[in-house]
Ligand binder design. Sequence first.
Ligand code: HXC
Length: 258
Amino acid sequence: MQEDLVLARKEGRVGILQLNRPAQLNALNDALMDALGIALLAMEQDNDIGCIVLTGSAKAFAAGADIAAMQPMNYINVVRNNFIGRNWETILTLRKPVIAAVAGYALGGGCELAMMCDFIIAADNAKFGQPEIKIGVIPGAGGTQRLPRAISKSKAMDMVLTGRMMDAQEAERAGLVSRIVPADKLEQEAIEAATIIAAMSLPSVMAAKEAVNRAYESTLNEGVLFERRTFHALFGTLDQKEGMTAFLEKRKPDFKHE
Ligand code: HXC
């Protein structure tokens, strides 16, 4: 395995992972997805990290799964090797938040990977798309499911059936991205957002992520019940006392993440 396919570093309590196959516009091959999974799990285990930023290069977050690697594949080997299922969804197992910081192309599997993150901050030059239809297949890492939930059926159908790209402005209007920032400020803005999150009490951050994700997986009543139970449980943390006491004492909280 080539270790430099994913560059990992820390700034304060923020872990930063950068996809690093710039010559192929970060096309996502098996080795890169293995490396990404390992790096994500290491950051999940690291007690000094409270939030993760996943980014690419200035030209591409990722231009999709590696077409050169996929071209010779056939049905039986994608089934046997559990293509996608084997190493693409590690990110979904993380309890810490992951922010996608997207500049340039986020296409196909690149768009799907960004959508697996908890939210997307887009550079003003970002372009999103699910162009798989143009190469004779369909999205295979959740695009047909997450895109309609993120941006409505009509727009998702348009994207998936025509393969057209959506610019950052359209993506923000549609609700795919949470904010747009100037391309040269992308990393800084994403790290600032992550720093704010990482300063919060980690148990409440993880609970908040889990509760919001329930909105996609349950009925409203079940989701609200889950939220209520989780809210009650947080009164068992030291950080609840610290957060509320700090407010009353008009000072910043000093969360211990317990
Ligand atoms: C393999 C890729 C690639 C990809 C780009 N490259 N995208 N290699 N897989 N997905 C390579 C090119 O072959 C080229 O290599 C180099 O990166 C630069 O790309 P260019 O095409 O020369 O750049 P440009 O003209 O600027 O065009 C950029 C682009 C175009 C519009 C993003 O590269 C493009 O359309 N890429 C494919 C996008 C796509 O179809 N993605 C979906 C893939 S399917 P050389 O060696 O020639 O310099 C998918 C399935 C997901 O993701 C299913 C589950 C994961």
